[in-house]
Design a protein around this ligand. Structure first.
Ligand code: OGA
Ligand code: MN
Length: 291
């Protein structure tokens, strides 16, 4: 496809999400070509691109239009990788990993609503996930519109939440799967950080509730009271009408705004079927509160 005409943006859900077509994102894009995509991202929070066969280099190049990529796996950028692999396939053999293997257990944290890298001092802007191998059923990714979740909060709760700061850490989400699952090294590399409970979009001012599975408790509150508030906010947010569930096809790419949506993985038959998704994560530009 030559990138000559205007892009088409088709809404996927009354509240958020859009499919962008009429552009080949596997080719390098000029600033002029990328501009409308960035604008659609700020507006719709979740962008789907279909039939765009990706490899790691093409995904890296497209992702970098949004900004510099985060590295994961280590705090040392020299050894960190730009890709987060969501898969049941062993990277060496390509065969399904047994269900009781730690690599599969670790991935179960993705079943909880979360915002990627909210456990980093500067949380990410957005993530891009590309479908390389899809199971015939299951394995959807679900998105939760946190702008709608904010708007639906009663005024008294908004007033309570506005000045609060939550402590986020990778350990909080991983401990839900299995207590103590993170190594001492991983714990030392990722000390807890502070995040405000909302994010304002700098372009259109839309406010989103900012919580998720990495949020552990509220700074300055008794631990259990803070956890209970976070649980209540999550409960209020996860209304069926705020959820967009995406059934993946090979060649799909999705970019989501980690400031404005939470997301989660859903189950599939990991013994019978194969799933391979590659994620890149684009860094944010500032902490949400002084640390
Ligand atoms: C992720 C993630 C969900 C999925 O890549 O950050 O949460 O469905 N993925 O694989
Ligand atoms: Mn994720």
């Amino acid at each position: 496809m030559r990138n000559t005409g205007p892009i088409t943006v088709r809404k996927l859900h009354p509240l958020f999400g859009a499919e962008v077509s009429g552009i080949d994102i596997t080719r390098p894009l000029s600033a002029r070509e990328f501009g409308p995509i960035r604008a659609a991202f700020e507006e719709h929070s979740v962008l789907l691109f279909r039939d765009q066969p990706m490899d790691d280099d093409k995904q890296t190049a497209f992702s970098e239009n949004f900004g510099p990529l985060e590295t994961t796996g280590s705090s040392n950028p020299a050894v960190g990788t730009k890709f987060q692999r969501q898969s049941n396939l062993d990277i060496e053999t390509g065969l399904p990993i047994p269900n009781d293997d730690m690599r599969m257990i670790y991935q179960k944290a993705n079943y909880f609503w979360h915002s990627d890298s909210s456990f980093k001092r500067i949380p990410s802007l957005c993530s891009m996930l590309t479908a390389r191998i899809c199971p015939p059923s299951g394995g959807n990714t679900e998105f939760l519109c946190m702008r709608a979740a904010w708007d639906a909060l009663p005024p008294a709760i908004k007033a309570t939440v506005e000045p609060l700061v939550a402590e986020h850490a990778l350990a909080y989400s991983r401990d839900r799967v299995q207590k103590g699952i993170l190594s001492a090294k991983a714990l030392a590399e990722l000390p807890p950080v502070r995040q405000r409970l909302y994010r304002d979009n700098p372009i259109n001012g839309r406010r989103a509730l900012y919580i998720g599975a990495h949020a552990g408790h509220i700074v300055g509150w008794p631990y259990d009271t803070g956890r209970a508030l976070l649980a209540e906010l999550t409960e209020r947010a996860q209304r069926p009408e705020f959820i967009l569930s995406h059934e993946w096809r090979e060649g799909d790419s999705i970019v989501w705004d980690n400031r404005a949506v939470l997301h989660r993985a859903t189950a599939y038959d990991t013994v019978k079927h194969k799933r391979l998704m590659q994620r890149t994560t684009i860094g944010g530009d500032a902490p949400t509160v002084p640390q």
